[in-house]
Write a protein that binds this ligand. Sequence first.
Ligand SMILES: [Zn+2]
Length: 287
Amino acid sequence: MSKYFVAIDIGGTKISVCFFKKNIIAKKKQFKTSKFGPSNLTNVRNYLLTNNKDIAAIGIATTGLIHKKKWSTLNRNMIGSFDKFPIVNFFKKKFNTPIFAIGDTHAASLGELYYGNGKNLKDFFYITVSTGIGGSAVINKKILNSDKKIVGQIGHTVIKYNGKICGCGRNGCLEAYSSGTAIEKKINKKLKFNLKLKEIIKEHIKNKFVIKSLDEAALALSESIINIHNILGIKNFIIGGSVGLNNIVFKKVKFFVFKKNTDIKLIKAGLKNDAETYGCLAYSKFN
Ligand SMILES: [Zn+2]
């Protein structure tokens, strides 16, 4: 019996564990992310230990930064504070298999490049809009890197000078305006709801304040997309993440981009929420 390649996607809301057989997800398990960072990793490791014999290799995609097999979170409000945490060693201690870790947006862009909607594109910029906002540039079918760090942190570029404080410490970052967390917080505060963004969009999409908030978030995103286009000349933008993939949000972003720039093409991530885990698979094969 051939063994599985296991891909772990650690995000701000959930952790996905996918067991790949060839290029197909044979088994998938999800965990809710807790604010208490270390318990997230222990839960996943314990779960994998019950499948120990069936695992050929493990690939990990995380939010934040991976540098020299160590993990640092950028927005510490989401998943706890990890500063140069030896995430690969944490799993290596219990598994005698090859293990690697890469950034989740890096992974998602690789997934789209090899298995998704980037397959036929030479250049594209991948943006994930979810709990946070990440980005990665693919130029000439290669991910743009600098000193092994992934370039493209669009979420932490300033969209409003002296604006709202962001979890990274800067003021006015795109993530502070257009991430799922930011939109949800704004609407819940004003309308005295205690709902997830998904529920807000489903149940209150006709509410004027909800429409206004989504428009503002989409407008900020569209301006950031045009900024990237103006700097790098990239025309194709692949949008992923649970918020970015939402039809209403996606259409609004497209509308605002098209109003100012008709060269830019916005495409939804073909692998949807599995872009990150497919990216780990691509990394294990092609890197
Ligand atoms: Zn920031």
